[in-house]
Design a protein around this ligand. Structure first.
Ligand SMILES: [Zn+2]
Length: 98
């Protein structure tokens, strides 16, 4: 297991591409399948970037049934259930560093 510092550097590199990358793709790319680890990394990356001249942009997850958008999330997050229709099929958030 590579150390978290190296992993976060890789995430920053991946997310600096011209297109936003989904949480799933990020897991695939890093071969880490525990989304909580990646989300925790993203949270730390967002804090670090604030001090620099860039930021982590998140395209919020959306409910695939009623279209509810999880706006205003303070932290990178993968909700498990829609608060509106209780559906559990939620689209993955996308991330990009700008
Ligand atoms: Zn819904």
């Amino acid at each position: 297991m590579e150390d978290w510092n190296t992993r976060r550097e890789r995430i920053v590199k991946i997310l600096s591409a011209s297109e936003p990358v989904s949480l799933e793709d990020l897991c695939q790319e890093l071969r880490i399948f525990d989304k909580r680890i990646i989300l925790d990394d993203l949270h730390h990356i967002a804090l670090t970037l604030k001090k620099k001249d860039s930021k982590l942009v998140m395209v919020p997850p959306t409910c695939q049934r009623c279209g509810f958008i999880f706006k205003g999330l303070k932290k990178p997050k993968m909700p498990s259930r829609c608060p509106k229709c209780k559906n559990e099929r939620i689209s993955s958030p996308l991330f990009q560093i700008k």
